[in-house]
Ligand binder design. Structure first.
Ligand SMILES: [Fe+2]
Length: 233
């Protein structure tokens, strides 16, 4: 599949700009500084002014950790999903949400997939961890239990992870980064920020409510790969 760039409407461009500008402002002081550092490195091809053209974005993205974007129609079979991760191809949809969905979406759109996920793939430690999930998932794709464990781990880290450094909690999960409501919600009282535990993340089922109640907090991006690489799957 390819991104049909000519098909984007003026309304799509407007929605992209609204979401991008609002969320960059909102994430100030909340997201891990590496996120903004990488977003800045990508700014010639990933900015508020236009919907990113994947061909252009790939050229810059690839210079980081070697990732490119794989266009997918939506959810794809786990075997393929893990395979693409293992070879540094990040799956993204190409559709944009409508104006009535600015605040919350049930299915990931391009804003979530690109704005939420892509910048941190420029980060070596985070990238290594993502590849390792892919490698283990592809290797074990016929083992339902291992697949489930890796999906849970992906959920509690890459989608909804928090990171605590120097006693300060910051966001790094793409599901939070791409959501105005959730990126504020994670800092509210009543939210549980639990120290990251690999085994616990892999065995705990997740639900898909509007926002999460429990979040796992890592202490460095290194911790992700280090703990996962010790597993013998
Ligand atoms: Fe996602």
């Amino acid at each position: 599949m390819i991104q049909n760039y000519a098909a984007y409407t003026e309304e799509d461009f407007d929605i992209w700009k609204i979401l991008f500008e609002k969320q960059v402002k909102n994430l100030e002081g909340k997201v891990h500084p590496k996120y903004f550092e990488h977003l800045d490195a990508l700014k010639s091809v990933l900015n508020a002014d236009k919907i990113p053209d994947f061909n252009e974005l790939n050229k810059v993205l690839e210079t980081g950790q070697g990732w490119t974007i794989e266009v997918v129609p939506g959810l794809i079979p786990v075997k393929e999903f893990f395979y693409f991760l293992s070879v540094k191809r990040f799956c993204s949809s190409t559709w944009m949400r409508s104006r009535s969905q600015l605040e919350y979406l049930e299915e990931p759109d391009m804003f979530h997939d690109i704005f939420g996920h892509i910048p941190l793939l420029m980060n070596k430690e985070y990238s290594d961890f993502t590849v390792e999930i892919g490698r283990l998932g592809y290797k074990n794709w016929e083992n339902e239990e291992i697949v489930k464990q890796l999906q849970r781990l992906y959920w509690y880290t890459i989608e909804f992870g928090l990171i605590k450094e120097n006693d300060q909690t910051k966001i790094y999960g793409a599901g939070i980064i791409s959501s105005y409501a959730e990126s504020n919600h994670v800092f509210e009282s009543g939210v549980n920020r639990i120290p990251f535990d690999l085994k616990e993340c892999m065995t705990r089922d997740f639900v898909i409510p509007e926002v999460q109640v429990d979040y796992y907090e890592i202490n460095s991006f290194n911790q992700l790969y280090d703990t996962l690489s010790q597993l013998k799957l």
